[in-house]
Design a binder for this molecule. Structure first.
Ligand code: PRX
Length: 657
């Protein structure tokens, strides 16, 4: 646990007292009705599980709960791909659009119906099988926002092979770490990915990763960027050579019956140590949890055109671009590139073109659009939008109100949804049509979820009084089933601080109305642009550089990215730093972890502030990063160290400013 005091800036937010009651017209047609909150949790999940999913063999037991291990829908057999694709085609929805896909290069578009998706998935699955892939295989996926990313996930689910999809911005080391941890035999990747008009070489990174991941014996490469890539004989196969000649007849590749609790995928996520955790998600509970929340939170109707603008490489993409929406036979938009290519109105142009009704994005994106100004949105007709959502970090009231006024036309509900890689599905959220919205509050636990805020001693903090640790008191279908090969860490991280409840790692408070206000992480995890980063992981990356003796990493608040990474670095041999050295270290972090982890600021210092027992006092470094009055320094071994660091940080700020 960190020595940081809880961030209480939320007090300031709570003085913002604007509330938005539901509109009667929205309420009348909403999927969520008052009885959604009153149905008891077991009946709710039993009904959703039976009605929302199709079973090869119905489940006989709703749940088993041997703390901290939950199992859901026991005895049942099903297939995720069948639930996402085949059954919709069988039900006559083959012509319904599954994805309007828009490439980053202008005018590069595809409309993919459910029937098209089925054909693409069957061909891919047949291609993968021809390489020897089976239900027991483990597969790494390193793809950008191409339709084949969805196709690959579904094809693997069809075969029953568990996968881990790694965000395209991660480095070779991060990728090989994941391939090794999961012992993947296969890797599916692409030559290059479009980003802001340029092609980023993914295959080169994949090659470097495979050089360190000997378990991978076959690699499938999709041609997308058109960049020149070396192909290793016997290992590498072009997607088009392998997949295109295959049969698209669903009967040629039946959906493998899977047990409810069979592993669907791992999603690696940063924690409080240097090594990312392999968060395990299994089949039935994950599908039930994501699709049920998707239905109620986004008020999905047959005619909805839904766009989750996240990247498929994060849990938001898995749950709310792929599995949740497809189970619900939703029409989605998927966009490959950045919001400012070729210009800053690309998103709004997409919304106008496809008449998007629901938009789901992150506060950092909202703040970026805010910075660019509302004129880009004003160039386009956004009147199709009926609901907008936010995820990934606390949304400040100013951004919330801007989002509703300028994107939601001052008319749509805004759903601020709180959840995590570990929770798999949204847990705290407004229900549109029911909840009175408060900018900055994620509202209440989803039906069937019991959340609370505990004080240091594990006592519940009464609503309207103070802040504390957010916990979830009962199991939910999409919850993580553990950390891959690391039971001790699973128990220690989530279940040891307060016996019997799940500790999320977030600070929160509940106001007098029972609404939750999330206050950010209370551990050594940062949230930069909605991406989770670990201070320790970045410290290890810095110390990995041959000239670095010691490093301490902390976060400061940032107007656009929420938080930004600040690194304090001591060089070996008492050497002084320089702007060139700072750049070199930033690039080194990008090489070890990925560009998303690059520190925004690097402060060189001859020493780090430590207690007499040698523990780095991050709390003080955070004070320095935030330019705040320093907290208690009496426990420091050498109190003069911080004033020296403060002076250096000021010089840095002056240089950069
Ligand atoms: O701190 C919370 C923040 O994001 C963390 C989870 O990060 P990750 O596993 O990467 O998943 C992000 C997408 C679900 C949480 O512990 N967080 C997420 N949503 C919100 C949030 N903080 C405040 N409000 C939210 N709506």
């Amino acid at each position: 646990m960190s020595d940081e005091p809880m961030n209480l800036t939320i007090d300031a937010l709570m003085t913002e007292r604007r509330t938005y009651p539901p509109s009667p017209t929205f309420a009348a047609q909403a999927n969520a009705q008052p009885d959604s909150y009153t149905t008891d949790a077991d009946t709710f999940w039993e009904t959703e599980g039976r009605n929302r999913l199709s079973w090869f063999k119905p489940f006989d037991t709703l749940r088993e709960w041997e703390l901290p291990y939950a199992k859901w829908y026991l005895g049942g057999q099903l297939n995720a791909c069948y639930n996402c694709v085949d059954r919709h085609v069988e039900a006559g929805l083959g012509d319904k659009v599954a994805y309007y896909w828009e490439g980053e290069p202008v005018d590069d578009r595809k409309t993919i119906t459910y029937a098209d998706l089925q054909h693409m998935v069957v061909k891919a699955a047949n291609g993968f099988k021809s390489l020897g892939m089976t239900k027991d295989s483990h597969v790494g996926v390193y793809l950008g926002m191409v339709p084949e990313a969805v196709v690959t996930m579904l094809a693997l689910a069809r075969i029953g092979a568990a996968f881990t999809l790694v965000f395209g911005g991660f480095s070779a080391e991060s990728l090989s770490g994941r391939l090794n941890d999961m012992q993947c035999q296969f890797l599916i990747t692409q030559d290059g990915a479009w980003r802001r008009g340029k092609v980023i070489d993914l295959k080169g990174t994949a090659d470097a990763a495979m050089a360190d991941a000997p378990s991978v014996t076959a690699c499938v490469v999709l041609k997308r960027g058109g960049n020149e890539v070396p192909m290793t004989d016997g290992r590498d196969h072009w997607w088009h050579d392998l997949v295109d000649p295959q049969s698209s007849d669903p009967a040629s590749c039946p959906c493998e019956p899977m047990d409810s609790e069979d592993l669907l995928f791992l999603m690696y996520s940063s924690g409080t140590t240097g090594k990312p955790k392999g968060v395990m998600h299994t089949t039935a509970g994950y599908l039930a949890g994501t699709s049920t929340t998707h239905h109620y939170v986004f008020d999905i109707k047959p005619e909805t055109v839904y766009w989750c603008a996240a990247d498929i490489g994060w849990i938001t993409g898995h749950s709310y671009i792929v599995f949740g929406p497809l189970v619900n036979a939703t029409t989605s938009v998927m966009y490959e590139g950045t919001p400012d290519f070729p210009d800053k109105d690309r998103w709004w142009e997409i919304i106008e073109r496809y008449k998007v009704t629901v938009l789901y994005t992150a506060p950092t994106a909202v703040r970026t659009h805010m910075k660019w100004g509302p004129e880009y949105a004003q160039k386009h007709d956004l009147s199709s939008l009926v609901l907008i959502g936010s995820v990934g970090e606390p949304i400040n009231p100013e951004a919330w109100i801007w989002y509703r006024d300028h994107i939601g036309g001052g008319r749509t509900p805004v759903v601020d949804t709180w959840w995590q890689t570990e929770t798999g599905m949204i847990l705290i959220t407004p229900l549109p049509g029911l909840s009175t919205l408060k900018p900055g509050s994620a509202s209440r636990p989803f039906p069937g979820i019991e959340a609370a805020v505990l004080d240091e001693n594990g006592h519940e903090v009464p609503p309207g009084t103070g802040a504390g640790y957010l916990v979830i008191k009962n199991p939910w279908p999409a919850m993580l089933r553990g950390l891959y090969h690391d039971d001790d860490r699973f128990k220690e991280t989530y279940w040891s601080r307060f016996p019997g409840v799940y500790m999320a790692g977030d600070g929160a408070r509940v106001d007098a109305d029972g609404d939750f206000w999330l206050m950010g992480r209370i551990d050594d995890v940062m949230n930069v642009s909605g991406h989770r980063l670990s201070t320790i992981e970045i410290e290890s990356a810095l110390v990995d550089h041959p000239e670095v003796a010691e490093a301490a990493v902390t976060a400061r608040n940032d107007a656009i990215t929420g938080q930004a990474v600040v690194a304090y670095v001591t060089l070996k041999g008492g050497k002084d730093g320089s702007p060139e050295k700072a750049k070199e270290l930033r690039d080194h972090v990008a090489k070890v972890i990925g560009a998303i982890a690059k520190p925004a600021n690097i402060v060189f210092t001859p020493e780090l502030p430590k207690t007499r027992s040698g523990k780095i006092m991050r709390r003080l470094l955070r004070d320095v990063a935030e330019n705040r009055t320093l907290g208690d320094t009496t426990t420091l071994a050498d109190p003069t160290v911080v004033s020296e660091i403060q002076a250096r940080a000021q010089v840095e700020a002056d240089k950069e400013g």
